[in-house]
Design a protein around this ligand. Structure first.
Ligand SMILES: C[S@@+](CC[C@H](N)C(=O)[O-])C[C@H]1O[C@@H](n2cnc3c(N)ncnc32)[C@H](O)[C@@H]1O
Ligand SMILES: [Zn+2]
Length: 277
């Protein structure tokens, strides 16, 4: 029987792994899928039969991310984590909430080294399937970021990249002194693509994060640079993972699909917060 960090979604007791089954002392049990993830999302918490991103969107995102177009964001996240947790010989518990197919968590694991214990959650089963298959050293669970299956004060670093979440849940699972990194598109992100889609494109409206009780705001991280998407398949992969593409007219969609390359502005902002001691 191996203890785990996961908590039972029914009674909140710790889950231990025996063979391929996670169970709590109240005998609630959750089988590990063959890919290695565990589904901790209760059926009555689902808002649809198959919530979250679907397989096609996830595969497009993987195709795009694997080519390294957003690697500077992953590197910026890892560097920021090391600024706050500089000693690589100490254990570090990292959670990527809404981690999708696992690209950023894998990059963080590579850059933070073997003492980082990496956990990923996402409401999409297809995401956890893809993530667990590709990254067997990390632990993945199907779960909502509004109800994380983790104990209070159990996580050193919580990363959230373009995904919905509950700030109260984030503050709950972080340890005192724990770090919260929230990455989202900044004003000029993919502006050239939005020019192709909208007649009068506006800069991205940047979300204002209200203060979170018990959390202290730190200097944010800005990551901006230009990329050239080199071929039609990569342009198509970006379109498939970009929500506003789907609001374009059929004519504009067809035009974008036909592009052989695309020169783009990448513009991210990362809000950084630390939980008080
Ligand atoms: C834009 S994608 C970002 C995925 C990943 N962080 C990345 O950047 O590659 C948003 C992700 O949030 C997930 N998601 C949506 N609602 C969620 C929720 N309530 N709890 C957890 N994940 C959720 C989706 O399934 C999807 O994988
Ligand atoms: Zn239980």
């Amino acid at each position: 029987m191996t203890p785990s960090l996961w908590r039972c979604p029914l009674c909140r007791e710790p889950l231990s792994l025996t063979g391929r089954t996670f169970a709590c002392t109240n005998r609630h049990s959750f089988d590990q899928a063959k890919e290695g993830y565990v589904n901790l999302l209760l059926v009555n918490r689902k808002h649809s039969a198959d919530p979250g991103d679907n397989k096609e969107m996830l595969e497009s995102r993987r195709h795009f991310l694997q080519q390294g177009f957003y690697a500077p964001l992953a590197e910026g996240l890892a560097q920021t984590i090391r600024e706050y947790f500089p000693d690589p010989t100490l254990p570090l518990t990292v959670l990527d909430a809404g981690c999708g197919e696992g690209y950023y968590l894998n990059k963080l694991a590579q850059q933070l080294g073997e003492n980082a214990q990496c956990f990923g959650t996402d409401i999409s089963r297809a995401a956890m399937r893809l993530a667990a298959k590709a990254y067997p050293a990390m632990q993945f669970a199907v779960a909502s970021s509004f109800e994380l299956p983790l104990p209070d004060a159990s996580v050193d670093v919580l990363v959230r990249v373009f995904a919905p979440a509950s700030e109260a849940e984030i503050a709950r699972v972080l340890k005192p002194g724990g770090l919260y990194l929230w990455a989202y598109p900044a004003a000029q992100h993919l502006f050239e693509l939005r020019q192709l889609i909208y007649d009068d494109p506006k800069p991205h409206s940047v979300e204002e994060l209200p203060p979170i009780a018990g959390m202290v705001e730190c200097p944010p991280l800005q990551v901006n640079y230009r990329v050239i998407l080199p071929d039609q398949a990569t342009v198509a992969a970006l379109l498939a993972m970009t929500p506003y593409y789907w609001s374009a007219s059929a004519e504009k969609q067809a035009h974008c699909q036909g592009l052989q390359s695309l020169d783009l502005t990448v513009d991210f902002c990362v809000t950084v917060m630390r939980k008080g001691d």
